[in-house]
Design a protein. Structure first.
Lengths: 872, 268
């Protein structure tokens, strides 16, 4: 989330798309409800989904959209906005759009859009099955150029503005971002969007007009999304579409605005921050590869540290900030946290490197590699790939190709028991399986990061049962044993293992780990006015060094655990810990701010920042890109919900921690007029981008399995999508006529291992079920409670039918398309059992992230009769 | 003045945290349920399930609703069960409004079950020495200054504990603030002489299974409560025989293995 949970209450309009927040994030509805019940100005709630869910039941407007058509839906909204903004700029915050986004920037002369010939459906740069993004970049990457007409107050310089579309748009530079957006999204007219999405035109118009109201100064709209948005072959582009809308409507950085990803599991935010994903190291640093450029630390840093793009001279600001310019400090400090005795130039060589040839190391890539016999052993921590990933039959088969498998979990799960699953002969499986009992969350101490980036310390409530141990302890014992074996027997490359700093015992104190993550001064150093003693915790990531004199396991968390200020000591005496890094270094009173639990809202107008409840990254900034919440003089766009406020002499201390520091743009000295979007190398919000693998802006394609042909172009699917090959058959609409989509219910969790073992949850939702509409059920003579078989090209499952009016056939391009909703909480382990919906889902991934396309696939459903039904 | 709880169907998201919290606080075991193709589960109140959430798909005012309603003892101001109980085992606590029962006094006549206009009290059919069971308004928690377990667990404020009179004012205020979102009625304000639990809903109450009741309290006229007794007395013999048969059959079935065990047998 760019914002945070409580902040939802500040929104004027809440657009939930690709999320069933009421069921999957019930607590969020505390804040949605608060926004909707605001006495003076109640918020509107819009829910866009193929299924009418518990979220829809609370919505003012429900939009039934065909699964996987977000880009068409949002493309239609962008089209609506561009038209309306041109005709009625006074209804929008044009100053925000022109000063804080790349709306006027001129793009490279080689750019070609998918609506243009040749190769319709493709952007320029497609060759050898991938895109080269050179033509997507700005005409001048060092110092951007702009369409000056778009940088005049209220677009007054766009003199033809009131004219008809063609004449008005002809006046603008052909390759300025706004013009490119118009050329792209004028194709997404309401009739075409309706044909693709199945949403009636008046319903589209109603939603577009309602959400467009949040573009006015003083208004803010939020978009809440989750896996319904991301789990598509073009999931990343779905989010890009939301981002474009939020930037056009000046909703980024404001209280009640933002792009808010509702994370799918507890602490998935924290694990992503810490480098869980295969393409990033802790703190979202790109992983090195084995190519020539990355052979040295300098080469690697040169590749991953972006050069700034200066704004066009017509913009009021002149400094893109380009925060990632500090990458070398963060990488050096991370290497020093792990190998403090080695020069970073050397210890960089200790890092494992990915294949420059482009091997896919994501979940799907791993299962493929396992299935193809390329992996001997697998260690599974708190995961359940036998049910939790797509195409479960393939995943279970792939597990059988391993020599050994270690499963560390709270319960026995389908992965640990894959060798005795129904239908297999355990004699055919040679994999040796070890199970390590793990402690549950309340049986251990540590921090959990929520979707709003708050890092909240949790304490152990009870001891784990039997031999169960916290993950950290299991990992520490493993690491120490590996070091011992390397010590005794040597190895191919012992240095990374033996030189690794591992000051942890069999039982690890998570507080020590939090300190390592924050980072220390490794010797006495002075940074500006601040002098650190050797062994002192670093105040914040701005003080990290590239010369090896500081350590920090994750720069984003540098500020969580610091030397205690006088105020900390007065306000939180119980949280003060004396930290002494090593014998011989100073003992310093310090504070782990994640332990803070002060529920006083001291923010401006009590806008809900609660700055002293836990701590959040980066640097306790509760709303990121918050500089965009104020105008060029530092006055909040929304005076009722200020995030920051310039008092005339400084920033009001009750405001949020400002992004990038510095004074307001009109106050700051030349070269210090900071742009708000500091993590972008151009400093402005990207209506147009060049960093993704499948296009600079979103273009609509169909899912890998879809019942219709792409209406927008002859290119049926996202050309850059990841297509799995291991046991991954593709179905067609003739055999599998219905659109399947998977989701979770409130009562169960993920693969169900934590909930199907709990009697009170199992009694509420005891059996696997599939939801289908009354209309389809009528055609198939299926009644509620009947046993049915649902099948896809990958496999079939048997379960109970839940017949409902909440699913309905959708009229799309002249035909009726039925959706079927499948849960994936069941499996062959645990207290209550059943088939998993993931037996049906395809091993297909998003072009950028490889997140599987769980949300749209083809399937069939049949009623079971007689003996079959009784056997289920 | 006495306590009440206001249930707001526009705030409720049907998450059923209340159901689980109730089981947890009362240490009630889970029932062995099946999926009948809908969301309601367990299907009805029982000796081990004091509250459930009803889910109904309703057309109202030209709009499709998926409406929810929590069910439990309404804690009447003039409880019919109290009036019907020959031994004074059921009593309304004057301070809290909770209608509580005393196992020590109950001798199992089940008049309360017949008397209750909402059909709430249930009976431990499986137990050789059965008691009447129902929601207690978490009377012990109220005495200790806590909210009922379900109210504490509710994430959206759909359940709100307060003084009954204040809650009625609050309910009316919410209805008048959003007249298009509510049916203009506070259920429980007058029904059966008034109840401690009060409801406001986005759809008509009869759609959610709430009985249409007059304003007269059954205890004011015990014959209202008890006029079905002759039918009941005759029916109970047949009913009990039926339950005995069902219970025995269920026990027998549970010994012969369930469907999951059978399926798992493939791999064993």
């Amino acid at each position: 989330m760019t914002n945070h949970w409580i902040d939802i209450r500040n929104a004027d309009c809440i657009l939930i798309i690709g999320s069933n927040a009421a069921e999957n994030h019930p607590i969020s509805f505390k804040w949605v409800t608060a926004a909707m019940e605001r006495p003076d100005n109640p918020a509107k709630l819009i829910h866009v989904d193929p299924r009418f869910s518990r979220t829809s039941s609370k919505a003012d407007i429900f939009v039934r959209m065909r699964s996987g058509t977000d880009i068409a839906f949002m493309g239609g909204m962008i089209n609506y906005l561009l038209k309306d903004m041109r005709l009625h700029p006074g209804n929008y915050n044009i100053e925000y759009v022109q000063q804080y986004t790349n709306v006027a920037y001129i793009v490279n002369s080689g750019i070609k859009l998918p609506g243009e010939d040749p190769a319709p459906g493709f952007f320029s740069g497609w060759a050898d099955n991938k895109y080269a993004p050179a033509t997507w970049k700005y005409a001048d990457m060092a110092s951007a150029t702009a369409e000056a007409k778009l940088l005049t107050p209220n677009w007054e310089g766009w003199t033809n503005r009131g004219a008809d579309d063609e004449a008005a748009w002809a006046e603008l530079h052909d390759r300025c971002v706004l013009k490119l957006l118009w050329k792209q999204y004028r194709r997404y007219d309401e009739e075409k969007v309706s044909r693709i999405t199945g949403v009636p035109v008046d319903n589209l118009r109603e939603v577009y007009a309602e959400y467009a109201k949040t573009g006015a100064r003083g208004k803010a709209g939020t978009i809440m999304y989750a896996m319904g948005a991301t789990q598509h072959t073009y999931g990343t582009q779905n989010i890009r579409a939301y981002s474009i809308v939020q930037l056009l409507l000046a909703n980024m950085g404001l209280a009640g605005g933002g792009i808010n990803a509702l994370r799918g599991t507890s602490n998935v935010q924290g694990s992503t921050d810490m480098g869980l994903l295969s393409h990033i190291l802790p703190g979202y640093i790109k992983v090195p590869n084995d190519g020539d450029t990355d052979a040295t630390l300098a080469g690697y840093l040169g590749r991953i540290t972006p050069a700034p793009t200066l704004p066009p001279s017509e913009l009021a600001a002149d400094n893109p900030v380009n925060w990632w310019q500090h990458t070398p400090k963060y990488v050096a400090s991370m290497l020093k946290a792990w190998w403090p005795g080695a020069d970073p130039v050397v210890s960089y060589g200790y890092l494992p490197k990915g294949k420059a040839s482009g091997v896919n190391y994501t979940h799907l890539g791993l299962i493929e590699a396992m299935g193809n016999g390329k992996i001997d052993g697998l260690w599974v921590w708190g995961q359940n790939p036998a049910s939790g990933g797509p195409n479960s039959n393939g995943a279970r088969e792939a597990l059988g190709k391993l020599k050994w498998l270690v499963v560390s979990d709270v319960w026995m799960n389908e992965t640990a028991e894959f060798w005795k699953r129904p239908g297999v002969d355990r004699g055919d499986i040679d994999t040796e399986v070890f199970v390590l009992p793990a402690a549950a969350s309340f049986e251990k101490q540590g921090s959990v990061s929520n979707s709003g980036r708050w890092v909240q310390w949790r304490y152990r409530a009870v001891l784990p049962p039997g031999e169960a141990a916290p993950d950290l302890d299991i990992m520490s014992r493993l690491m120490k044993k590996i070091q011992e074996l390397y010590e005794e027997e040597g190895g191919a490359y012992p240095d990374p293992i033996l030189k690794l700093d591992w000051p942890y015992g069999d039982e690890v104190d998570p507080d020590l780990v939090a300190r390592e993550i924050n980072g220390y001064a490794l010797e006495t150093i002075t940074v500006g006015a601040r002098t650190y003693q050797a062994g002192e915790l670093i105040d914040w990531f701005g003080d990290l060094q590239s010369n090896g004199k500081t350590s920090s396991g994750n720069w984003l968390f540098c500020n969580q655990y610091t030397t205690a200020s006088a105020k900390d000591k007065a306000d939180y005496p119980e949280l003060i810990t004396v930290v002494q890094k090593n014998a011989g270094t100073a003992a310093i009173e310090s504070i782990n701010k994640a332990r803070k639990r002060n529920n006083m809202d001291t923010s401006l107008n009590e806008v809900g920042l609660y700055p002293n409840w836990s701590w959040c990254w980066p640097r306790n900034r509760r709303i990121i890109y918050n500089r965009a919440s104020v105008d060029l003089n530092g006055a909040p766009w929304d005076a009722d919900h200020p995030v920051l406020r310039w008092t005339g002499t400084g920033w009001d201390p009750a405001g949020d921690v400002i992004d990038g520091g510095g004074d307001p743009i009109n106050v700051a000295a030349d070269t210090k007029k900071n742009l708000p979007f500091i993590m972008n190398s151009e400093g402005v919000g990207k209506l147009w981008g060049y960093g993704l693998k499948d296009g600079p802006i979103p273009e609509a394609y169909e899912a890998w399995e879809s019942p219709i042909s792409n209406v927008m172009s002859p290119q049926q699917t996202d050309p850059a999508a990841f297509i799995g090959s291991f046991m991954n058959a593709r179905g067609d609409a003739a055999q599998y006529p219905y659109v399947g989509t998977t989701y979770r219910c409130t009562e169960h969790w993920q693969t169900g291992i934590m909930t199907r073992n709990l009697p009170w949850l199992s009694e509420i939702v005891p059996e696997m079920y599939v939801e289908l509409g009354e209309d389809l059920a009528g055609e198939l003579r299926i009644r509620a409670g009947d046993r049915v078989r649902v099948s896809s090209a990958r496999g079939s499952i048997e379960c109970v039918a839940a017949v409902t009016r909440r699913f309905q056939g959708i009229r799309v391009d002249g035909q009726t398309i039925h959706h079927i909703g499948v849960l994936w909480h069941w499996g062959y382990s645990g207290r209550v059992r059943g088939d998993s919906g993931n037996i049906l889902t395809p091993g297909i991934g998003d072009a950028n992230t490889t997140i599987p396309e769980y949300k749209t696939f083809l399937c069939n459903v049949e009623k079971l009769t007689g003996k079959e039904a009784a056997d289920v | 003045m006495s306590k009440g709880v206001l249930y707001d169907g526009n705030r409720c998201i049907g998450c059923r945290s209340c159901q689980v919290a109730c089981k947890s606080w009362n240490r009630n075991p889970a029932e062995d349920t099946t999926n009948k193709g809908g969301y309601d589960n367990p299907p009805r109140l029982s000796a081990t399930t004091f509250t459930t959430v009803r889910f109904r798909e309703v057309d109202h005012n030209g709009k499709f609703h998926w409406a929810f309603a929590k069910t439990q003892c309404m804690h009447c101001l003039h409880p019919a069960c109290e009036g019907a109980c020959p031994v004074g085992a059921l009593k309304r606590d004057k301070d809290t409004g909770a209608v509580v029962y005393d196992d020590g006094r109950c001798f199992g006549c089940r008049y309360c079950m017949v008397a209750c206009p909402f059909g709430i009290p249930t009976f431990e059919w499986d137990d050789p020495l059965p008691w009447i069971r129902k929601c207690t308004f978490c009377s012990g928690r109220l005495d200790g200054g806590l909210e009922p377990a379900c109210v504490t667990a509710c994430p959206t404020g759909a359940l709100q504990l307060g003084e009954r009179e204040d809650l009625i004012t609050e309910a009316r205020a919410r209805i008048s603030a959003s007249p298009d979102k509510y049916v203009d009625h506070v259920y429980g304000e007058k029904e059966a002489g008034g109840t401690s639990w009060l409801y406001i809903l986005p759809v008509p109450f009869e759609e959610m299974g709430f009985p249409a009741l007059g304003e007269e309290a059954p205890t004011e006229n015990p014959h209202i409560a008890m006029r079905t007794l002759p039918y009941y007395a005759g029916g109970v013999v047949v009913l009990m025989a039926g339950f005995y048969w069902l219970t025995k059959r269920k026990q027998k079935l549970s010994h012969t293995g369930d469907k999951h065990g059978k399926k798992e047998g493939v791999a064993k």
